[in-house]
Design a protein around this ligand. Structure first.
Ligand SMILES: [Mg+2]
Length: 228
């Protein structure tokens, strides 16, 4: 991609509790950025396998008779949770109450949240840039869940600006979350750099006119399976 630096390998020393790959290739674009916006799930915290377990159990309760398709699940990364319920149900032809499924899924996830591990290479970048620039969270999760995750992970003091699905009408892949984060940081959108792991989030960054860095997922959907 024009204007991008050669891939930058961020290394992590393998130590007690380190479960993320020892190194991670991050393609950081060249530029003089004035603010940094981080997705949370799958970008700073390794919660996606936990979200998958919660979604699988919640959907089984309302009629899913097979394991939830992991590619489908990962293709919906960053999409607001209530919308995810609707999209999974539509994919399997299930009739559900998305609010009830949302509540059940989040209660299951709350019990799993304590098991989430930091994605250290990206957290190290966030800690470094936060010393000199404004930083923000933009997550498709509900506000309470996002705040709790930040507290549990010890990341809360880093981020004064936290945008959740409850703060905008249109979640990712719409640009609203990133634009609101930029506004609250007091930084022009084009001067922000976004860190994201999921396709809808990267589309949202592009729609906001912001360069982005793709954080590699443990598992990446081969292709978008549903319209978000
Ligand atoms: Mg994510």
């Amino acid at each position: 991609m024009p204007g991008r630096r050669p891939p930058h390998r961020v290394c992590q020393r393998r130590g007690a509790g380190a479960r993320w790959p020892v190194s991670m290739q991050l393609d950081i674009p060249a530029g003089d950025f004035a603010g940094y916006i981080f997705d949370l799930d799958g970008t700073l915290v390794d919660t996606m396998p936990l979200h998958y377990r919660a979604w699988d159990e919640a959907m089984r309760k309302v009629g899913l008779s097979c394991p939830l398709d992991e590619d489908l699940f990962y293709s919906l990364g960053g999409v607001p949770t209530r919308r995810v319920a609707e999209l999974i149900a539509a994919h399997y032809g299930l009739t559900i109450d998305p609010h009830a499924v949302f509540d059940h899924k989040e209660s299951l996830f709350l019990a799993l949240q304590k098991d989430a591990k930091l994605i250290e290479p990206v957290v190290a970048i966030a800690r470094r840039v936060a010393q000199t620039h404004p930083v923000a969270i933009a997550s498709g999760g509900p506000r309470d869940i996002v705040r709790r995750m930040l507290e549990i992970s010890g990341l809360a003091p880093l981020f004064k600006v936290v945008i959740s699905a409850d703060d905008v009408e249109h979640g990712k892949p719409a640009p609203d979350m990133f634009l609101l984060a930029a506004q609250q940081m007091g930084v022009p959108p084009a001067k922000c750099l976004v860190f994201e792991d999921a396709e809808p989030g990267m589309r949202a960054a592009a729609a906001a006119g912001m360069p982005w860095v793709q954080v590699p997922s443990r598992r990446r959907a081969s292709a978008a399976r549903v319209r978000t």
